[in-house]
Design a protein around this ligand. Structure first.
Ligand code: GZL
Length: 321
């Protein structure tokens, strides 16, 4: 049987849809999104990159993805490359809050809208980006603080905290510290006796916790880590020092990635405050809305929970990252 040319073209056009991929209307140009990602420093970041890549494929958006290995200068280079390629929209997860005005002004001059995801910038000129979608990091810090207040209620004695901060100058590190301190100041027994950056990585978290243990030893009652990867590194240091994570040192963390659930189920982590990396679908929807001429809200906040050790086993099978 002879297949007409028209039938053949229709079949080819329909094929991607059979795999759940959407194509622009026949003949319509694909939207091109340039995305500057921070790096691959943590489980959270890996899940975030996966969410963005899979959502772009499902949305039929042509994604140009750049990994900056946690260096701001590489992100700035990537943005300049996107401008030179004349992409339709630029997505940016800024490694630190400051130092973006010059390159964002170049994007504005090239009439390319910028969407901030995950972290924000401290630019005073808010016309330099269209929207910021991501978590409320200060609220995550407050949730961690409230959990600790509850934990120490009805006890007596010092509550000495060591803190593993995220990347210096990053939104999550600044605000998770601020939110935590805002809450714990109501209980004078809770004191942060050491605080240093572990740069959101397991290796650095372990290294800094080793130094904390050497300096403070059994004086440490609590570890507050700005992400699960540093907490997991610190757990290794605590065990190598002959101490028992959770029993000798209460451990509070943020992200609620798979590794955190595994540590809670093993009885080595007390609680993880959720920070969802699954921003891909929201980013693609916002990109399409922008191209369709719709106005985006200036701030899109991700709704999140908190997972104490007691619920980890029940919740783990439902987790998506
Ligand atoms: C938070 C994100 C942070 C995570 C870390 O939105 O920027 O960076 O908490 C990640 O795990 O490295």
């Amino acid at each position: 049987m002879k297949t007409s040319r028209r039938t053949l073209v229709a079949a080819i056009a329909a094929a991607p849809l059979a795999f759940g991929l959407s194509l622009p209307a026949f003949g319509q140009k694909k939207i091109v999104l340039g995305f500057s990602q921070i790096g691959a420093e943590s489980e959270w970041r890996t899940a975030n990159s996966e969410s963005i890549k899979s959502a772009a494929a499902e949305s039929g958006i042509d994604l140009k993805f750049s990994d900056a290995q946690q260096k701001q200068e590489n992100q700035i280079k990537a943005i300049r490359s996107f401008i030179a390629q004349k992409v339709d929209v630029i997505g940016l997860s800024p490694v630190v809050e400051s130092g973006w005005d010059t390159v964002l002004k170049e994007a504005k001059a090239a009439k390319i809208p910028v969407i901030l995801t995950d972290r924000s910038v401290d630019s005073k000129d808010t016309s330099l980006y269209v929207t910021f979608m991501g978590s409320d990091f200060a609220e995550e810090g407050r949730k961690a603080g409230r959990w600790l207040l509850e934990k120490v209620k009805g006890t007596s004695g010092d509550v000495n905290v060591v803190e593993l901060q995220g990347t210096v100058g990053s939104g999550p590190a600044i605000d998770r510290k601020k939110g935590f301190e805002e809450i714990i100041k109501s209980e004078p027994r809770i004191k942060i006796i050491r605080s240093q950056t572990g740069d959101f990585t397991r290796a650095k978290g372990k290294e800094v916790m080793e130094a904390f243990l050497k300096a403070e030893g059994k004086k440490i009652n609590v570890l507050y880590a700005h992400n699960d990867d540093m907490a997991i590194g610190a757990i290794q240091a605590i065990e190598e020092a002959g101490l028992r994570p959770s029993k000798d040192i209460t451990i509070i963390s943020v992200d609620a990635v798979k590794g955190a659930f595994e540590a809670m189920i093993a009885g080595k982590l007390d609680v993880s405050v959720e920070c969802s990396p699954l921003l891909g679908p929201q980013l693609m929807a916002a990109t399409k809305d922008l191209i369709a001429g719709k106005t985006l809200p200036r701030r899109i906040v991700t709704e999140e929970g908190i997972f104490p050790m007691e619920v980890a086993a029940k919740e783990f099978p439902k987790r998506k990252y």
